[in-house]
Write a protein that binds this ligand. Sequence first.
Ligand code: ACO
Length: 444
Amino acid sequence: MAKNTLSITDNRTGKTYEVAVTDDTIKALDLRPIKVNDADFGLLAYDPAFTNTASCRSAITFIDGDNGVLWYRGYPIEQLAEKSTFLEIAHLLLHGELPTQAECEQWIYEITHHTFLHENVKKLVEGFRYDAHPMGMLVSTLAALSTFYPEAKEVRDPEVRRKQIFRLIAKTPTLAAFAYRHSRGLPFIQPDNDLSYAGNFLNMLFRMSEPRYEPNPALEKALDVLFILHADHEQNCSANAMRSVGSSLADPYCSAAAAAAALYGPLHGGANEAVLRMLNEIGSLKNVPKFIEKVKTGEGTRLMGFGHRIYKNYDPRAKIIKQIADRVFEVSGRNPLLDIALELERIALQDDYFVKRKLYPNVDFYSGIIYQAMGFPVEMFPVLFAIGRMPGWLAQWQEMLLDAEQKIARPRQVYIGHARRDYVPLEKRGSAPQPERKTARAAT
Ligand code: ACO
């Protein structure tokens, strides 16, 4: 019978080592005994950007990028988007199971009763300049919540964790809405806890002089589904930031602020904004073939919203978003950019360049068009992403804290700087630049 091991021969010494293979992985620490002599630190795995390193064992989200598959706790995203609600999904991600009726009622009650912010947070938001980016405001105010709930640092206490989880899921939309209203110069709207999670968010964003805001059911449902689609995506850049900062036992507000900061980057949460800019630049259907040619020859930009590090097939979230678009446009009127997007997709999916490289629409290709039709300015796009992703960040954080194998995240490095040298007093340094002497050495 085949053994679940890997034999490694070190050609520097001629020695052979046998390393256990578990779940198709080897432990990087099993490489450490591979040394040329006793003084040697031992072999390290070098993996910039973690392209082939599993940093944890996780039971939350499964992705099969070759087949376009995404499951939360085993449930296909298509079923969840069609049948579930965002708060149910938050429970699923955090507790591993869909809630029973009684659990669901209690869960929703707890979240809707933590939506208000301390009045001082308002003052903090008012301190930002009128043109501050809402994502910068969200990152700052998430971190600031840590100062209002100092008990949150007791991260090993399950009851304390439970409370902060409610607060973070409940208060993130309020922080986001305050940031939006501030950038528009509009008064802040307090939460209406009789509305749904998405409905209340729309209320805090868009209510004007009406005594009671009535969210449009189609837009409320579309937003809820968009939150579901963004709720988790396993070990992406922001989830990794949440886990990494949380591993120092920082409180969840500071860890979530770090995760939101990671999301702010254009390579992560900012691509849908780039899609909108690209569609506007193309301007009309007749310009699509010329644009595709420019992408292929490398003269122009990439086709934004296409391609993914993990998905080498149609991103399942993009398929669902495309279906939501029609429902939103029935209310908002058709966004003319949709026709350009559809034509881009039609041509690209038949073109050898895109087919050969397995480039398909990703989640960002259609989401920006929908957000724009719903009345969101582009700067709010990553903020919407952050609201949806909060339960995923918290689930990843909690799983990390409960995992006995995890410790403070602390990667190794390959040192390529100078070998040891002695300090030279200023008067003896001369004027010529010092030569770079490099040596590669693993850090101990
Ligand atoms: N348009 C045109 N060509 C592309 C595109 C694109 N969108 N994406 C990849 N390619 C080409 C590359 O030029 C490369 O071609 P080559 O082999 O001839 O050099 C090949 O496909 C592989 O590309 P890589 O950059 O190596 O793929 P990687 O997995 O590193 O990149 C990424 C993934 C960053 C998402 C890339 O596809 C891209 O830049 N897409 C556009 C930006 C975008 O939509 N980002 C959102 C991702 S989803 C999210 O983060 C929520």
